[in-house]
Design a protein around this ligand. Structure first.
Ligand SMILES: Nc1ncnc2c1ncn2[C@@H]1O[C@H](COP(=O)(O)OP(=O)(O)O)[C@@H](O)[C@H]1O
Ligand SMILES: [Mg+2]
Length: 302
């Protein structure tokens, strides 16, 4: 015996025969792909709204529906958001009203707009970052995956002395570089990126150390060595690490408050600089990725 059939969602009437009602079967339509085609102004957007409106009208009160069914509508033009903020706007409950519909009005240009709630697993997902950073398949995507699937840096977060030692080792190695084509800004850039990742957990002392390096750390191209101007100390002489490292290791920084996007960024920055200083990864391959990350992180956060 067949169960009594539910009437479909009413969509409208046939244009050529207005007495003929058109209804769509909920199970048949929503379990499949649909396309709505037509010229501009032919009511495509309206039809989409109508289909979903009828679905929620019929089903939202059904037992289990709101717990089990999820619909994600990506609305690039903002056609379906409620316009309660605009007096006189014709639609305040397009498709459905609250609590059936929850709108997130996103904007990358300001940080006051809604934020899309993402689970931690998504924020730490290598694929998420591979897509957002347009990572190349050969070298950049595997690097992201290697960093995010490892908990090496996460395990060091509660131990500021280990992290500060790791940071100072990178700076010491970078400044012992004698290659005349060396990037003279590398230590500052590295420390500034760490500073950015720390956000409100950074300290004036850390900012002072960065400024101190900028003022005093120079490269002598004739002798091919970094040196500190006052007191004059040469990176190719004994005792350089003992001179430079404490400026960093003596800092009092709390890394445990770095969260989510900044944590991903922190791990990528640490691994990137360590890899290129040790010659493990090439700067030409990964540099553009780190540059894109620094450019995009503000809008990703928004
Ligand atoms: N059933 C309707 N009743 C009144 N106005 C409608 C109806 N359907 C669409 N419109 C209006 O017609 C215009 C074009 O419809 P729209 O769905 O935006 O077309 P499309 O997405 O195909 O370009 C809109 O201004 C919309 O408000
Ligand atoms: Mg449209």
């Amino acid at each position: 015996m067949r169960a009594a059939r539910r009437r479909g969602a009413p969509l409208g009437v046939l244009a050529m025969e207005p007495t003929q009602e058109v209804a769509i079967g909920v199970d048949a339509i929503f379990a499949s792909h649909i396309g709505i085609f037509g010229n501009t102004g032919s009511r495509k957007s309206y039809t989409l709204a109508k289909i979903y409106h009828e679905l929620f009208e019929q089903s939202s009160a059904a037992p289990g529906f709101s717990e089990r069914a999820q619909f994600l509508l990506i609305d690039f033009n903002g056609e379906y958001v409620d316009r309660i903020d605009i007096p006189g706007a014709h639609a305040t409950e397009v498709i459905a009203g609250f609590p059936t519909k929850k709108s997130y009005v996103l904007a990358t240009r300001n940080d006051t707009s809604d934020k899309l709630p993402l689970p931690k697993s998504a924020v730490h997902d290598p694929l998420f970052w591979t897509v957002l950073l347009d990572a190349t398949e050969k070298t950049q995507a595997p690097f992201i995956s290697r960093v995010l699937t490892s908990d090496y840096w996460d395990n060091l977060l509660p131990s500021p002395s280990s992290l500060l030692t790791a940071i100072s080792e990178i700076v010491c190695r970078a400044t012992r570089n004698t290659d005349p084509t060396v990037d003279r800004q590398l230590s500052f850039n590295f420390l500034e990126e760490i500073h950015d990742c720390l956000g409100s957990a950074t300290t004036p002392e850390f900012e002072h150390v960065i400024q101190d390096l900028k003022n005093n750390l120079h490269f002598n191209s004739v002798h091919r060595t970094f040196y500190w101007s006052t007191p004059r100390t040469y990176a190719n002489a004994d005792g350089w690490d003992e001179f430079l490292a404490p400026k960093i290791t003596q800092l009092d920084l709390d890394f445990t408050s770095i969260e989510d996007i900044d944590l991903v960024r922190f791990k990528i920055v640490m691994q990137y600089y360590r890899d290129i200083i040790s010659g493990y990864s090439s700067r030409e391959h990964l540099g553009p990725l780190v540059k894109r990350m620094n450019e995009r992180v503000p809008s990703i956060k928004n």
